[in-house]
Ligand binder design. Structure first.
Ligand SMILES: [Zn+2]
Length: 252
């Protein structure tokens, strides 16, 4: 194992995790489970033609996922959930609903360890157990990985490649986990919103879920289509093991 390059990349990734960071992806199966797939399938979103943005929710499904899903349904908005296997196991019905309602599901580990500090076999186990829980809950398997804290190094990307997954980070953060205030979260999110942006949020933050109706309405009022992260990164044609956006200091 090239420990040296691993450490270098880990440092780059840490930098990223602290700053509004990275993002990426590929095609997650659009779960068109039975009933949900009607009007939506007729007009797939093409981010080369329209203004897109991807809101992404990490660490869930959280306690407030049901309320969030209600809001998204009301405004016909799609998002991406990077799920933790342990919570998929305890709240499988939310995960099923996410898939049925056309949202994208990504893998965010089973128990949220730093992938840069555990052995490859443990990373594999974290990813596989989460894939299994999501498959069991929703009948689909994620095709994208977002490692906990956005921490990736060569070891992480090699394991991601084994699972045929690109690593999708984010372009900006809502800082919701820190702000915990409806107005502040809304302000920060709208400030960093940009075309083809990938915004990091959390559905376990109550104030985020409370701010969502207003955030969604405002973004749509600005002409944005709220889409799955795979739609936003489609043009980059990410391959298994690729990282997007590439953290500073990474040479491709
Ligand atoms: Zn996380």
């Amino acid at each position: 194992m090239s420990r040296q390059s691993n450490s270098l990349l880990a440092i780059a990734a840490v930098t990223l995790a602290l700053i509004p960071a990275p993002a990426l992806a590929d095609t997650t199966p659009t779960p068109q489970a039975g009933k949900a797939a009607t009007a939506k399938t007729a007009k797939p979103v093409d981010c080369a033609q329209v203004k897109c943005i991807a809101l992404t929710f990490d660490d869930g499904p959280g306690k407030y996922a049901g309320k969030l899903l209600d809001t998204l349904k009301k405004y016909d908005a799609k998002v991406t959930f990077f799920l933790e296997g342990q919570y998929v196991k305890s709240r499988p019905s939310y995960v099923k609903r996410m898939a049925q309602e056309g949202h994208e599901l990504g893998n965010h580990s089973y128990k949220h360890p730093k992938f840069t500090e555990i052995e490859p076999w443990a990373i594999r186990s974290e990813i596989q157990k989460t894939q299994d829980e999501i498959k069991k809950a929703a009948g689909v398997e994620p095709k994208i990985l977002r490692p906990p804290y956005g921490l990736a190094d060569l070891q992480v990307t090699e394991v991601a490649a084994e699972f045929d997954m690109p690593v999708v980070l984010w372009t900006a953060g809502s800082r919701d986990w820190d702000l915990k205030d409806v107005e502040a979260i809304k302000k920060q999110t709208l400030e960093v919103a940009e075309q083809d942006g990938i915004i990091l949020m959390h559905d376990w933050v109550k104030q985020t879920v409370e701010a969502m109706p207003s955030i969604v309405k405002t973004l749509q009022g600005r002409g944005y289509h709220l889409v799955k992260v795979s739609d936003v990164v489609k043009k980059h044609e990410l391959k298994p093991g690729d990282v997007f956006p590439l953290p500073q200091g990474w040479e491709n």
